[in-house]
Design a protein around this ligand. Sequence first.
Ligand SMILES: [Fe+2]
Length: 284
Amino acid sequence: MTDLVLQPPVLVFGGPYSNLRALLALRQRAEDLDIPPSHCICTGDVVAYCAEPEDTAAAIRDWGCHVIAGNCEEQLADASDTCACGFEEGSECDRLAKGWYPFANARMSPASRAWMAALPKTLTCTIGGWSVRVVHGGVDVINTFIFASERAALAAELERSGADIVIAGHAGVPFIERIDGRVWFNPGVIGMPANDGTPDVWYGLIRLEDDDLLIATRRLAYDHHGAAAAMRRSGHANGYARTLVTGLWPSLDVFPPAERAATGGRLRPRTLRLPIRTAARAAG
Ligand SMILES: [Fe+2]
Protein backbone atom coordinates (compact mmCIF):
# COMPACT_ATOMS: atom_id res chain seq x y z
CA MET A 1 0.00 0.00 0.00
CA THR A 2 2.85 2.33 0.88
CA ASP A 3 6.53 2.38 1.60
CA LEU A 4 6.03 4.15 4.94
CA VAL A 5 6.36 1.60 7.72
CA LEU A 6 5.87 2.93 11.23
CA GLN A 7 7.25 0.88 14.07
CA PRO A 8 5.02 1.25 17.14
CA PRO A 9 4.46 3.10 19.36
CA VAL A 10 2.49 5.54 17.25
CA LEU A 11 0.47 8.40 18.73
CA VAL A 12 -2.57 9.64 16.78
CA PHE A 13 -4.91 12.52 17.45
CA GLY A 14 -7.52 14.79 15.92
CA GLY A 15 -8.72 18.36 16.16
CA PRO A 16 -6.40 20.67 18.07
CA TYR A 17 -9.04 23.33 17.23
CA SER A 18 -6.80 26.34 18.09
CA ASN A 19 -6.45 24.98 21.64
CA LEU A 20 -2.75 25.72 22.18
CA ARG A 21 -2.63 24.43 25.78
CA ALA A 22 -4.09 21.06 24.80
CA LEU A 23 -1.67 20.71 21.88
CA LEU A 24 1.34 21.48 24.05
CA ALA A 25 0.10 19.05 26.72
CA LEU A 26 -0.15 16.33 24.09
CA ARG A 27 3.32 17.08 22.77
CA GLN A 28 4.60 16.73 26.34
CA ARG A 29 2.76 13.40 26.66
CA ALA A 30 4.44 12.17 23.46
CA GLU A 31 7.84 13.21 24.81
CA ASP A 32 7.12 11.49 28.14
CA LEU A 33 6.32 8.33 26.18
CA ASP A 34 9.50 8.71 24.08
CA ILE A 35 7.45 8.86 20.88
CA PRO A 36 9.25 11.00 18.28
CA PRO A 37 7.36 13.47 16.02
CA SER A 38 7.86 11.09 13.08
CA HIS A 39 5.55 8.64 14.94
CA CYS A 40 2.82 11.15 15.79
CA ILE A 41 -0.09 11.75 13.38
CA CYS A 42 -2.75 14.48 13.42
CA THR A 43 -5.97 13.94 11.45
CA GLY A 44 -6.52 17.67 10.82
CA ASP A 45 -8.60 20.65 12.00
CA VAL A 46 -5.56 22.19 13.67
CA VAL A 47 -7.41 25.52 13.70
CA ALA A 48 -11.05 25.90 14.74
CA TYR A 49 -13.12 26.86 17.81
CA CYS A 50 -10.61 28.10 20.40
CA ALA A 51 -8.63 31.26 21.02
CA GLU A 52 -5.16 30.79 19.56
CA PRO A 53 -5.34 29.82 15.87
CA GLU A 54 -2.01 31.14 14.64
CA ASP A 55 -0.03 30.04 17.71
CA THR A 56 -1.53 26.55 17.46
CA ALA A 57 -0.68 26.25 13.76
CA ALA A 58 2.87 27.44 14.50
CA ALA A 59 3.21 25.04 17.43
CA ILE A 60 2.25 21.95 15.45
CA ARG A 61 4.71 22.91 12.69
CA ASP A 62 7.39 23.35 15.35
CA TRP A 63 6.57 19.90 16.77
CA GLY A 64 7.04 18.36 13.31
CA CYS A 65 4.49 15.55 13.53
CA HIS A 66 2.57 14.25 10.50
CA VAL A 67 -0.54 16.30 9.74
CA ILE A 68 -3.20 15.75 7.11
CA ALA A 69 -5.61 18.50 6.06
CA GLY A 70 -8.97 18.84 7.77
CA ASN A 71 -11.82 20.79 6.25
CA CYS A 72 -10.68 23.80 8.30
CA GLU A 73 -7.20 23.73 6.72
CA GLU A 74 -8.71 23.39 3.24
CA GLN A 75 -10.88 26.44 3.84
CA LEU A 76 -8.31 28.59 5.65
CA ALA A 77 -5.63 27.90 3.03
CA ASP A 78 -7.79 29.81 0.55
CA ALA A 79 -9.19 32.29 3.11
CA SER A 80 -12.64 30.95 2.20
CA ASP A 81 -15.74 32.38 3.83
CA THR A 82 -16.92 29.32 5.78
CA CYS A 83 -15.44 26.37 7.69
CA ALA A 84 -17.27 23.75 5.56
CA CYS A 85 -17.64 21.62 8.67
CA GLY A 86 -20.86 20.11 7.36
CA PHE A 87 -23.08 21.70 10.01
CA GLU A 88 -26.76 21.95 9.20
CA GLU A 89 -27.83 25.43 8.11
CA GLY A 90 -29.33 27.30 11.05
CA SER A 91 -28.09 24.80 13.68
CA GLU A 92 -26.32 25.95 16.85
CA CYS A 93 -22.97 24.69 15.45
CA ASP A 94 -23.60 26.66 12.27
CA ARG A 95 -24.39 29.79 14.32
CA LEU A 96 -21.23 29.39 16.42
CA ALA A 97 -19.12 28.89 13.28
CA LYS A 98 -20.12 32.35 12.15
CA GLY A 99 -18.17 33.58 15.19
CA TRP A 100 -15.08 31.38 15.45
CA TYR A 101 -14.33 30.88 11.76
CA PRO A 102 -13.96 34.58 10.82
CA PHE A 103 -11.94 35.08 14.04
CA ALA A 104 -9.50 32.36 12.96
CA ASN A 105 -9.48 33.37 9.31
CA ALA A 106 -8.49 36.94 10.22
CA ARG A 107 -5.51 35.73 12.23
CA MET A 108 -3.81 33.23 9.93
CA SER A 109 -0.37 34.26 8.69
CA PRO A 110 0.61 33.76 5.04
CA ALA A 111 3.09 31.13 6.26
CA SER A 112 0.33 29.16 7.98
CA ARG A 113 -1.97 29.36 4.94
CA ALA A 114 0.87 28.15 2.71
CA TRP A 115 1.57 25.27 5.12
CA MET A 116 -2.13 24.32 5.14
CA ALA A 117 -2.32 24.40 1.35
CA ALA A 118 0.57 21.94 1.13
CA LEU A 119 -0.86 19.40 3.59
CA PRO A 120 -1.72 15.97 2.20
CA LYS A 121 -5.39 14.87 2.20
CA THR A 122 -4.55 11.40 3.40
CA LEU A 123 -1.63 9.36 4.65
CA THR A 124 -1.04 5.65 4.17
CA CYS A 125 1.38 3.49 6.07
CA THR A 126 1.90 0.05 7.54
CA ILE A 127 1.87 -0.54 11.29
CA GLY A 128 2.49 -3.99 12.74
CA GLY A 129 1.93 -5.49 9.31
CA TRP A 130 -1.55 -3.90 9.02
CA SER A 131 -2.22 -1.41 6.22
CA VAL A 132 -3.41 1.91 7.60
CA ARG A 133 -5.11 4.84 5.91
CA VAL A 134 -5.43 8.16 7.73
CA VAL A 135 -8.32 10.41 6.68
CA HIS A 136 -10.03 13.46 8.16
CA GLY A 137 -13.76 12.68 7.90
CA GLY A 138 -14.91 10.05 5.44
CA VAL A 139 -12.64 8.14 3.10
CA ASP A 140 -13.61 10.23 0.07
CA VAL A 141 -15.50 13.19 1.56
CA ILE A 142 -13.52 15.31 4.01
CA ASN A 143 -16.45 16.60 6.10
CA THR A 144 -18.49 13.42 6.52
CA PHE A 145 -19.31 12.71 10.16
CA ILE A 146 -18.73 9.03 10.93
CA PHE A 147 -19.89 7.73 14.33
CA ALA A 148 -19.61 4.36 16.05
CA SER A 149 -23.34 3.69 16.02
CA GLU A 150 -23.60 4.00 12.23
CA ARG A 151 -22.53 0.45 11.41
CA ALA A 152 -23.67 0.39 7.80
CA ALA A 153 -21.87 3.63 6.99
CA LEU A 154 -18.76 2.40 8.79
CA ALA A 155 -18.75 -0.87 6.87
CA ALA A 156 -19.13 0.96 3.55
CA GLU A 157 -16.36 3.43 4.39
CA LEU A 158 -14.02 0.63 5.48
CA GLU A 159 -14.67 -1.30 2.29
CA ARG A 160 -14.00 1.83 0.25
CA SER A 161 -10.74 2.57 2.10
CA GLY A 162 -8.79 -0.38 0.74
CA ALA A 163 -6.99 -0.53 4.09
CA ASP A 164 -7.10 -2.82 7.11
CA ILE A 165 -7.30 0.08 9.56
CA VAL A 166 -8.71 3.57 9.00
CA ILE A 167 -7.67 6.32 11.40
CA ALA A 168 -10.13 9.21 11.17
CA GLY A 169 -11.10 12.45 12.87
CA HIS A 170 -13.72 15.19 12.31
CA ALA A 171 -16.47 13.56 14.41
CA GLY A 172 -14.97 14.66 17.76
CA VAL A 173 -15.54 11.58 19.92
CA PRO A 174 -13.19 8.60 20.31
CA PHE A 175 -14.18 5.07 19.32
CA ILE A 176 -12.78 1.84 17.94
CA GLU A 177 -15.00 -0.42 15.83
CA ARG A 178 -14.03 -3.69 14.16
CA ILE A 179 -16.21 -4.75 11.22
CA ASP A 180 -15.53 -7.74 8.98
CA GLY A 181 -11.86 -7.86 9.92
CA ARG A 182 -11.22 -4.16 9.33
CA VAL A 183 -10.94 -1.47 12.00
CA TRP A 184 -12.19 2.12 12.17
CA PHE A 185 -10.21 4.03 14.78
CA ASN A 186 -11.20 7.54 15.75
CA PRO A 187 -8.79 8.56 18.51
CA GLY A 188 -10.93 11.59 19.41
CA VAL A 189 -9.82 15.20 19.46
CA ILE A 190 -7.55 17.11 21.78
CA GLY A 191 -9.09 20.56 21.23
CA MET A 192 -12.51 19.86 22.82
CA PRO A 193 -13.81 17.38 25.39
CA ALA A 194 -15.77 14.36 24.16
CA ASN A 195 -19.24 15.39 25.46
CA ASP A 196 -18.78 12.98 28.37
CA GLY A 197 -19.18 15.54 31.16
CA THR A 198 -15.43 15.81 31.86
CA PRO A 199 -13.01 18.49 30.59
CA ASP A 200 -10.45 15.89 29.49
CA VAL A 201 -9.56 15.43 25.84
CA TRP A 202 -8.62 12.27 23.91
CA TYR A 203 -5.88 10.81 21.76
CA GLY A 204 -4.88 7.36 20.54
CA LEU A 205 -1.93 5.05 21.03
CA ILE A 206 -0.87 2.13 18.86
CA ARG A 207 1.73 -0.02 20.55
CA LEU A 208 3.14 -3.52 20.66
CA GLU A 209 2.71 -6.00 23.47
CA ASP A 210 4.18 -9.46 23.00
CA ASP A 211 2.98 -10.53 19.54
CA ASP A 212 -0.03 -8.22 19.52
CA LEU A 213 -0.76 -4.75 18.21
CA LEU A 214 -2.74 -2.75 20.74
CA ILE A 215 -4.96 0.09 19.53
CA ALA A 216 -6.17 2.27 22.37
CA THR A 217 -8.00 5.49 23.23
CA ARG A 218 -6.46 7.60 25.99
CA ARG A 219 -7.68 10.47 28.15
CA LEU A 220 -5.57 13.64 28.57
CA ALA A 221 -6.03 16.23 31.31
CA TYR A 222 -4.59 19.68 30.63
CA ASP A 223 -5.05 23.33 31.64
CA HIS A 224 -8.65 23.58 30.44
CA HIS A 225 -9.41 26.56 32.69
CA GLY A 226 -6.57 28.46 30.97
CA ALA A 227 -7.94 27.51 27.55
CA ALA A 228 -11.44 28.70 28.49
CA ALA A 229 -10.08 31.96 29.95
CA ALA A 230 -8.14 32.59 26.73
CA MET A 231 -11.39 32.19 24.78
CA ARG A 232 -13.20 34.67 27.01
CA ARG A 233 -10.32 37.17 26.68
CA SER A 234 -10.50 36.88 22.90
CA GLY A 235 -14.21 37.69 22.89
CA HIS A 236 -15.43 34.10 22.59
CA ALA A 237 -17.44 33.70 25.80
CA ASN A 238 -19.56 31.26 23.82
CA GLY A 239 -20.80 27.69 24.04
CA TYR A 240 -17.39 26.22 23.23
CA ALA A 241 -15.76 28.17 26.08
CA ARG A 242 -18.25 26.54 28.47
CA THR A 243 -17.65 23.14 26.85
CA LEU A 244 -13.95 23.32 27.71
CA VAL A 245 -14.95 23.38 31.40
CA THR A 246 -18.19 21.38 31.53
CA GLY A 247 -17.22 18.71 29.01
CA LEU A 248 -20.63 19.00 27.35
CA TRP A 249 -21.01 20.13 23.74
CA PRO A 250 -23.03 23.27 22.99
CA SER A 251 -25.15 21.38 20.48
CA LEU A 252 -25.85 17.73 19.72
CA ASP A 253 -26.99 18.41 16.16
CA VAL A 254 -24.36 16.27 14.46
CA PHE A 255 -24.92 13.20 16.66
CA PRO A 256 -26.93 10.11 15.74
CA PRO A 257 -29.41 9.04 18.46
CA ALA A 258 -27.03 6.64 20.27
CA GLU A 259 -24.24 9.21 20.66
CA ARG A 260 -26.81 11.82 21.69
CA ALA A 261 -28.13 9.50 24.40
CA ALA A 262 -24.59 8.98 25.72
CA THR A 263 -24.23 12.69 26.58
CA GLY A 264 -22.63 13.22 29.99
CA GLY A 265 -21.71 9.57 30.47
CA ARG A 266 -18.02 9.32 31.41
CA LEU A 267 -16.09 7.57 28.64
CA ARG A 268 -13.70 4.78 29.49
CA PRO A 269 -10.45 4.24 27.57
CA ARG A 270 -10.72 1.28 25.22
CA THR A 271 -8.14 -1.11 23.79
CA LEU A 272 -8.43 -3.42 20.79
CA ARG A 273 -5.86 -6.21 20.52
CA LEU A 274 -4.86 -7.40 17.07
CA PRO A 275 -2.25 -9.97 16.09
CA ILE A 276 0.91 -8.61 14.51
CA ARG A 277 0.99 -9.77 10.92
CA THR A 278 3.70 -12.17 9.88
CA ALA A 279 5.92 -9.82 7.90
CA ALA A 280 6.15 -7.39 10.80
CA ARG A 281 6.88 -10.18 13.30
CA ALA A 282 9.69 -11.47 11.09
CA ALA A 283 11.07 -7.96 10.69
CA GLY A 284 10.76 -7.17 14.39
FE1 LIG B 1 -13.36 18.66 10.48
